[in-house]
Design a protein around this ligand. Structure first.
Ligand code: NAD
Length: 274
């Protein structure tokens, strides 16, 4: 499986498809990540909050895959904001992952009422300088949060990881990212499966392309230029979700999927979360 890459504003290349491990139990994480690595995934998206970094580390160690062929992302927990704290938390993640660096370190949520994300971002710049995180970015940042980083710091995030699926197409953030050279990562890319994948429009497209609804939606993200890391506990679905590079949606079908937008979020609104 040849997975395309996206070039980030720091010059590094990230595989456009990865494997997300949110809500995968620590005890089974190594097994699930191994299933993903076995079918060709080379990018894993974890977080301090998920409590399964050790499992990810175990699978990496067992795989024997050279470190430079893997892309490993983790995220700072919400109670770890602050310049020094952000670096200390990364040290703990590196211990758990058994790694000397992560490819990408993200501020998980801006936590605007704490109002510390600017100093936290300075800690992220320190972590990159120290070689502990090769790329740095943010998650769940809204335009005003990105604007503050632009005004008060000297590093534009390489990535903003945001909730993004056909029910929430994120028009304004996409436009802001495009203008400022920030890559978009889409979390819950298939809307966590429920509800969204039952849409008759997706069933029709699945039939037309001889693919599943999940594959059609993942392909839609790829064609929009998004980076995706669907999660599954099921090895057959893990494989299915990776088989999205052997077909293309027409421009009309890409536009039709965008019309499924309702604006309804699965997760919290980042402005109200902390
Ligand atoms: P997802 O959209 O990847 O959906 C996963 C669920 O969809 C599975 O649990 C399963 O029920 C179903 N599914 C998976 N493959 C399927 C298939 N082929 N056919 C039918 N159903 C299928 O949702 P997610 O796990 O929330 O998001 C993906 C990743 O994004 C996470 O694992 C995590 O890494 C990341 N994430 C980040 C944040 C953040 O705040 N930054 C929040 C949520 C998720």
């Amino acid at each position: 499986m040849a997975i395309p890459t996206i070039t980030l504003n720091d010059g590094r290349e990230i595989p456009q498809l990865g494997f997300g491990v949110f809500q995968i139990e620590q005890g089974t994480t190594a097994e699930k990540v191994t299933a993903a690595l076995d079918v060709g995934y080379r990018h894993i998206d974890t977080a301090q909050m998920y409590g399964n970094e050790e499992g990810v580390g175990q699978a990496i160690a067992d795989s024997g895959i050279p470190r430079d062929e893997l892309w490993i992302t983790t995220k700072l927990n919400n109670d770890g904001h602050g310049r020094e704290e952000a670096v200390e938390r990364l040290d703990t993640s590196l211990d758990k992952l058994g790694l000397s660096y992560v490819d990408l370190y993200l501020i998980h949520w801006p936590q605007p009422t704490q109002d510390r994300y600017v100093e936290t971002w300075q800690g992220f710049e320190d972590a990159r300088q120290a070689g502990k995180a090769r790329s740095i970015g943010v998650s769940n940042f809204q335009i005003p949060h990105l604007e503050r980083l632009a005004q008060e710091t000297s590093t534009v995030p390489a990535i903003n990881q945001i909730e993004f699926h056909p029910h929430l197409v994120q028009h304004d953030l996409r436009e802001y990212h495009r203008k400022h050279g920030i890559a978009t990562e889409a979390w819950s890319p298939i809307g966590q499966g429920k509800g969204l994948l039952d849409a008759p429009e997706l069933a029709e497209l699945a039939e037309k392309y001889g693919k599943s609804g999940a594959q059609v939606v993942l392909r839609w993200h790829v064609q929009l230029g998004n980076i995706v890391f669907p999660k599954s506990n099921n090895p057959e679905r893990i494989k299915e979700n990776s088989e999205i590079f052997d077909f293309s949606l027409s421009d009309d079908d890409v536009a039709a999927i965008e019309k499924l937008h309702t604006g309804k979020r699965i997760g919290p609104n980042p402005d109200d979360n902390g």
